[in-house]
Design a protein around this ligand. Structure first.
Ligand SMILES: *[C@@H]1O[C@H](CO)[C@@H](O)[C@H](O)[C@H]1NC(C)=O
Ligand SMILES: *[C@@H]1O[C@H](CO)[C@@H](O)[C@H](O)[C@H]1NC(C)=O
Ligand SMILES: *[C@@H]1O[C@H](CO)[C@@H](O)[C@H](O)[C@H]1NC(C)=O
Ligand SMILES: *[C@@H]1O[C@H](CO)[C@@H](O)[C@H](O)[C@H]1NC(C)=O
Length: 395
């Protein structure tokens, strides 16, 4: 007798006002009740003794993403000479952050050697990231451009890790690009292959005088689209490639990228690859919100180059227009003191004039998002010019 059937019988029998039946029916009910009580206590005991073997195996199945063993994560920064020159403000915050949260910090030089012999240093760096994975020291790497700094050292990288994916990117806010300057990559054969083949994409870029292929920023779109759609969507992909093959400026490149993103749609899940929506990744550009930050919302900020740091004066309200967007104000007061960075000290000194509410940041980003979406539509409308030009030549 199945449990539900048993239960139904039990209820039925106790509602029928028949003496004989009631007696045997209620005996069944007591047994059933007793079984439930025993199971309840058993589960309760196990719950409080979470380290018992049974509980461990239950929790490792049921508690998605909360593995017992903490992940070994490193933040990787690759500079030309392996030094911090030109990026010291950003890198100091990252170093301090790693000491606070217990992540390794790996600063590597972008050497050209027989293992990573790419002449384009933008592509070459992804070959080096693959080599760091191969050492087997880390479960995950967070690769960041040298000009990305941390503003909120209380956040954790794990917040962004979904073990389902091998590599995670985020959408660059200001255009239709997948942001190539930062990704979270799992140590897997798939990821190592992905990064190595991507570095080798240098040799598969469109060739021609005066072409603007955008190095790895442009190449990633062609590369990912080939992985996803080479077999199933070759007609759409060929149209996008016709644009890439003629790209002579950033404007042209953005048309190509919009073409690819149009194929990819509004999805974020691409099998092995996750791409966070605009504004939902771990970092964003400083100038989007005129350098204002909110610590409940922001984690890392992009575009902190030492030489663009603009001294903060008394000239309130602060204003950095689009034209000067490479400039930045430092939301941190004074330099980070690396000797004072440890898990017990998460209090950094902020400039109160650069802190605002989450609502203000969200509203500003929403406004920008809408404007950038219009630019995307405009770019998509230019696709035809490129495609016609190729088609008329080949006729
Ligand atoms: C890189 O490759 C080129 C051409 O394939 C070769 O001539 C050169 O020696 C290589 N450099 C290194 C450092 O392996
Ligand atoms: C080349 O550089 C990588 C770092 O990506 C290093 O692991 C490797 O040992 C170097 N190879 C040679 C032959 O020097
Ligand atoms: C793009 O150019 C390459 C050569 O650089 C060529 O092999 C390819 O067929 C072209 N693709 C399209 C779609 O025009
Ligand atoms: C905590 O770390 C910050 C950043 O380095 C530093 O400015 C501050 O003085 C430290 N606080 C303490 C109590 O050590």
């Amino acid at each position: 007798m199945s449990l539900s059937c048993y239960f139904r019988n039990c209820v039925q029998m106790s509602t029928i006002f028949n003496n004989a039946n009631l007696k045997s029916g209620s005996r069944h009910c007591y047994i059933l009740l007793l079984i439930f009580v025993v199971i309840y206590i058993f589960i309760g005991v196990l719950w409080y003794k979470r380290d018992s073997l049974v509980m461990q195996s239950i929790s490792s199945i049921a508690l998605y993403g909360q593995s017992e063993k903490p992940l070994n994560i490193a933040i990787v920064v690759i500079t030309n000479d392996g030094g911090t020159k030109g990026y010291s403000y950003a890198i100091d915050t990252v170093k301090c952050y790693c000491k606070i949260q217990g992540y390794d910090f790996v600063l590597a030089g972008n050497v050209q050697n027989s293992s990573c012999n790419h002449s384009d240093h933008y592509f070459r760096r992804h070959c080096h990231v693959a080599n760091i994975l191969v050492t087997g020291k880390y479960d995950y790497l967070l690769f960041i451009d040298a000009d990305i700094g941390v503003v909120n050292p209380n956040r954790r990288i794990e917040e962004f890790i979904d073990p389902k994916f091998d590599i995670e990117f985020y959408d660059r806010f200001v255009n239709q690009e997948i942001m190539m300057g930062s990704y979270i990559v799992k140590n897997s054969d798939w990821s190592i292959n992905f990064l190595r083949n991507f570095a080798n994409y240098q040799y598969r870029l469109p060739i021609g005088k005066g072409l603007q292929h955008g190095t790895d920023n442009g190449g990633i779109h062609a590369y990912i689209a080939e992985i996803l759609y080479e077999k199933t969507r070759h007609i759409e992909l060929t149209n996008c490639k016709k644009i890439y093959n003629q790209s002579r400026s950033w404007t042209d490149l953005f048309v190509f990228e919009s073409c690819i993103r149009d194929m990819m749609g509004v999805n974020t899940d691409f099998g092995h690859i996750l791409i966070f929506k605009k504004g939902e990744g771990w970092a964003r550009d400083n100038w989007l919100t005129n350098n204002m930050i909110n610590l409940n919302r922001d984690f890392m900020i992009h575009a902190w180059k030492d030489k663009q740091l603009t001294k903060y004066g008394k000239d309130l309200p602060l204003k950095i227009g689009y034209k000067h967007r490479a400039r930045w104000f430092n939301p941190l007061v004074g330099r980070i003191d690396l000797a004072k960075c440890n898990p017990k000290n998460t209090s950094w000194n902020y400039n109160p004039n650069l802190i605002t509410t989450k609502e203000v940041i969200d509203a500003e980003l929403e406004r920008m998002y809408a404007a950038i979406e219009m630019e995307k539509i405009d770019r998509l409308s230019k696709m035809m010019e490129f495609i016609r030009r190729v088609d008329s030549k080949s006729r």
